[in-house]
Ligand binder design. Structure first.
Ligand code: AMP
Length: 188
């Protein structure tokens, strides 16, 4: 197992949490295409104790009463979102890739390195003023997160937080999302 080791792990919930996440990430070179170093968080999801600690840490950071619903971004974001929602006793809303939702949906398109992607959320998913915590596994360039936060607000939600397990700091996604705050458990 090639773990992401760092003696000075950093993240917005402190070095201990950052180290915990770092201990359960696998670096997969050239996936899904040559030149990409894929950050695989499946080992974290698969470790019950660490997963619970991470999920409880996310709820603790935002406060159990700090949000009314959790949004997960397809697909790995769903894993985190459902657990956080359950731990906080709130519901979960999926933001999905184009064409997957069965009912009328809001949609937003955004540029990828090559081409375009579209994300959707059901109309009526949020009641006005619903405080929404958005979660995903990895923040890279920030394009997916930016589109999701816009989509949630267009659908009537109020984004009160955005959490990722891992942030690729050198891609500056955080700056792209500013002034919206980003909560990353591990920044590499
Ligand atoms: P971006 O829009 O560039 O911030 O990309 C974020 C989305 O793509 C997230 O939903 C991630 O799951 C995925 N992603 C992008 N880069 C990586 C990477 N190096 N390792 C794992 N997932 C990634």
């Amino acid at each position: 197992m090639t773990e992401t080791h760092s003696t000075a792990a950093r993240g917005d919930s402190g070095p201990e949490t950052a180290r915990l996440v770092a201990s359960r990430v696998l670096d997969v070179p050239d996936f899904p295409q040559p030149g990409v170093l894929f950050k695989d968080l499946m080992p974290l999801f698969a470790d019950g104790k660490v997963f619970r600690e991470v999920v409880d840490g996310i709820v603790g950071y935002h406060g159990r009463d700090g949000f009314d619903v959790v949004v997960g971004i397809e697909a790995r974001g769903f894993v985190v979102a459902a657990a956080v929602a359950y731990a906080a006793g709130v519901g979960v809303v999926p933001v999905r890739k184009a064409g997957k939702l069965p009912r009328v949906a809001h949609s937003v398109s955004y540029a990828l390195e090559y081409g375009e992607a579209t994300l959707e959320v059901h109309e009526g998913a949020f009641t006005a003023g619903h405080r929404v915590l958005v979660v995903d596994d990895v923040l890279a360039t920030g394009g997916t997160a930016e589109a999701t936060l816009d989509l949630v607000e267009r659908a009537g939600g109020t984004v009160t937080g955005f959490t990722v397990l891992l942030e690729l700091g050198f891609l500056a996604g955080r700056e792209r999302l500013a002034p919206r705050p980003v909560h990353a458990l591990l920044t590499v």
